[in-house]
Design a protein around this ligand. Structure first.
Ligand SMILES: Nc1ncnc2c1ncn2[C@@H]1O[C@H](COP(=O)(O)OP(=O)(O)OP(=O)(O)O)[C@@H](O)[C@H]1O
Ligand SMILES: [Mg+2]
Length: 309
């Protein structure tokens, strides 16, 4: 189990992470979902003993990350956001070296594991290509492969599918799930909704260094007010008269980003004509109307007031 207790990280006057309390269960896949600058990487690097927390405490299987960094490091494998591969080496040597540093595997076992992951991500033929000559997506795959081959007890992936094409993303998700099935606890930082939703058992929504919600994607969606969202596009620059919708008891919340208004409600189908009529009578120009079920994206918007678009 990994436990963050009021953990914080201050850079100068900036609280990159603040009062962060969270327990990560053994063998779960936890998604850390948040926009750029939310503090995801900082959280992971504190857990991985790269950064020292400036307040609170973090422990990994009962070991405090500040007091026992070497023991903690043995448990964790991190696939960094920016691939940290030695450009002169080919993918095979990069991975072999990583295993040599992080595991007790013998030479042959290392070679086997490296071959297995490189074949799985279709980089076997490119195994000798210097990694600085690889494309961004290929380099990212090599970075992810470090942890996939290492099979650490705690596997951390920082935006594992950034730069990857669609088939490669699906494959990477599958491989991350298999890693968990073999016994690893997995933490994935992402700013992509579909990744958080499809990969994680629980999603922690992080915004401005703080934990704003944590639950399964389904629960997060069901606790988002209403269960349905009416999306309205209104004329640019129009102030939306929210108070008009207060008379409908089925309407629980209204948020607006620029000219996109989201109305969280129940019985949307019945209310839609009435809402449109009420607004039109008031002179609001509605360009489009769309009624849909709540998605994780709405949950995010609801908790942070920020869209990820
Ligand atoms: N070494 C550092 N020195 C100073 N400020 C930092 C440092 N690392 C991160 N920050 C700041 O801390 C905040 C959180 O950054 P962090 O990299 O953790 O965000 P993130 O959620 O991983 O974002 P992204 O999705 O862009 O990767 C940002 O405002 C960032 O500028
Ligand atoms: Mg990051």
């Amino acid at each position: 189990m990994i436990s963050f207790e009021k953990a914080g990280k201050r850079f100068g006057t900036l609280d990159a992470v603040k009062d962060f309390t969270l327990e990560i269960r053994d063998q779960e896949i936890l998604g850390l979902l948040g926009p750029n600058g939310a503090g995801k990487t900082t959280l992971m690097l504190m857990m991985g003993t790269v950064y020292r927390p400036t307040s609170g405490a973090i422990s990994v299987n009962g070991l405090d990350v500040v007091k026992h960094p070497n023991d903690v490091r043995k448990l964790i494998g991190i696939a960094f956001q920016d691939p940290r591969v030695d450009g002169i080496l080919g993918a095979f040597d990069v991975l072999n070296w990583h295993l040599k540093m992080t595991t007790t595997l013998g030479k042959e076992e290392r070679a086997e594991r490296v071959e297995q992951v490189l074949r799985a991500v279709d980089l076997w033929d490119a195994r000798k290509k210097r990694t600085w000559l690889m494309s961004g997506g290929m380099r990212k795959k090599v970075e992810d492969c470090k942890v996939l081959a290492q099979r650490p007890s705690i596997a951390v992936f920082d935006e594992p599918t950034a730069f990857l094409d669609v088939p490669s993303r699906l494959l990477m998700w599958k491989m991350i799930r298999e890693l968990r099935d073999q016994g690893s606890t997995v933490i994935v930082a992402t700013n992509m909704m579909d990744e958080a939703e499809r990969l994680s058992e629980r999603v922690a929504i992080v915004n401005r260094g703080k934990l704003v919600a944590i639950d399964s994607p389904e629960k997060l969606k069901s606790t988002t007010k209403g269960g349905e969202v009416l999306e309205l596009t209104v004329g640019v620059g129009q102030q939306f008269p929210r108070e008009l919708l207060a008379e409908f008891s089925e309407v629980q919340d209204v948020t607006q980003t620029e000219n996109k208004v989201s109305v969280y409600l129940t019985s949307g189908r019945l209310l839609l004509p009435k809402i449109v009529e009420t607004l039109t009578n008031r002179g609001v120009k509605i360009d489009s109307v769309h009624l849909k079920e709540v998605t994780l994206e709405d949950v995010f918007l609801n908790y942070t007031g920020q869209s990820l678009d």
